[in-house]
Design a protein around this ligand. Structure first.
Ligand code: SAH
Length: 251
C-alpha cells in the first residue's frame, strides 16, 4: 500500500507515522507513506501558496498552480481518465466530500495507491478540484482548519485493512461496521470491577456459547446505540441465524 500526502505542514505527520500499528506497518514495508511539501512546487521566491479571494471577503485561498504542478508530478495522468491502477488515486480532503465510512475505507484500501491533498485557509481554488482530483472525502459534517488530521484519519483506517497490520485478522473481522453491526462489548481482568462481574459465559470455555453471546451482544449494542444501521437491507441480510432469532425475540 502506498500513500502520498501533499500539505504545507508535513511536520504534523511525524509522531503519527512513527507510532503503533501505522508505525509498524511502515517499518515492515507493507505501508509506504511519502510526505510532500506543497511549497516545493511553488515557483516564486517567497514560496507562496495563498492569495486573496476573487470577489472579496475574508480569509485567503490556496492558489491552484502549485497544487496542479504537484499532482501532475506525483500522479502523472490526465484527470478524469479511468484509473488503470498505474497512478495514485487523487483524494481531496474536504468537508464537501462524501462522508467517510467503512465501505469507503475498504474501497480506498483496495486502490492501493493514494495521494491526499490537504487544504488550509478558506480552502483551495476550485479549479484544482475540477482538473486534478478524482474524489473529495470528508471525515464528518464539521469544519477543521486543515486536511492533515482528516488525511491521518483515512490513513489509519485504510492501513487497518492491509493484511498483517492488525495482528489478529479476527479483531478486524469483528470490528464495528465490518459485519454491518457494532462490535460486541469487551472484558478483561480483573474479573470484578465496581461490583460488576464478567459475564459468566466468557469464562465458561464453551466457544460455541461465547460466539452466540457475542453475536447477540453485537446486535443488542446496535439496537441500543445505532438503530439506524438496522434499517439497512444490506445489514439485515448479513445477520447470523442467532441474531435473527434475537431480533425476533425483541419484537
Ligand atoms: N471553506 C471550506 C473549508 C475550508 S477548511 C468549506 O467550507 O468547504 C480548510 C481545509 O481543511 C479544507 O481545504 C480541507 O482540506 C480541510 N477540512 C476541513 N474540514 C474537513 C472535513 N470535515 N473533512 C475533510 N477535510 C476537511
Amino acid at each position: 500500500m502506498r500513500v502520498q500526502v501533499l500539505t504545507i505542514f508535513p511536520e504534523l505527520f511525524g509522531p503519527f507515522l512513527a507510532t503503533s500499528l501505522v508505525g509498524r506497518a511502515i517499518e515492515k514495508g507493507i505501508l509506504e507513506v511519502r510526505l510532500h511539501d506543497l511549497r516545493d512546487f511553488t515557483e516564486d521566491r517567497h514560496r507562496s501558496v495563498d492569495d486573496e479571494p476573487y470577489g472579496g471577503g475574508g480569509g485567503m485561498v490556496m492558489t491552484a498552480p502549485p497544487w496542479i504542478r504537484a499532482v501532475r508530478t506525483l500522479a502523472p495522468v490526465e484527470p478524469k481518465d479511468e484509473t488503470d491502477g498505474s497512478r495514485p488515486w487523487r483524494v481531496l480532503m474536504s468537508p464537501q466530500g462524501a462522508r467517510l465510512d467503512e465501505a469507503k475505507v475498504r474501497e480506498l484500501a483496495e486502490r492501493g495507491d493514494l495521494l491526499f491533498l490537504c487544504g488550509r485557509y478558506e480552502g483551495i481554488d476550485e479549479r484544482v478540484r475540477t482538473t486534478v482530483v478524482d474524489e473529495e472525502i470528508s471525515i464528518g459534517d464539521y469544519v477543521l482548519s486543515g486536511g492533515e488530521l482528516p488525511a491521518m484519519v483515512v490513513i489509519e483506517a485504510v492501513s487497518r485493512q492491509i493484511p498483517g497490520v492488525v495482528k489478529l485478522a479476527d479483531s478486524v473481522e469483528q470490528d464495528s461496521f465490518r459485519t454491518g453491526l457494532l462490535d460486541h462489548p469487551h472484558f478483561t481482568r480483573p474479573p470484578v470491577v465496581e461490583g460488576i462481574p464478567v459475564p459468566e459465559v466468557l469464562t465458561s470455555g464453551d466457544h460455541a456459547a461465547i460466539r452466540r453471546w457475542r453475536e447477540r451482544e453485537a446486535l443488542r449494542a446496535t439496537v441500543e446505540k445505532r438503530p439506524d444501521l438496522l434499517e439497512r437491507p444490506d445489514v439485515l441480510e448479513r445477520l447470523t441465524p442467532e441474531q435473527r432469532r434475537a431480533l425476533r425475540a425483541r419484537g
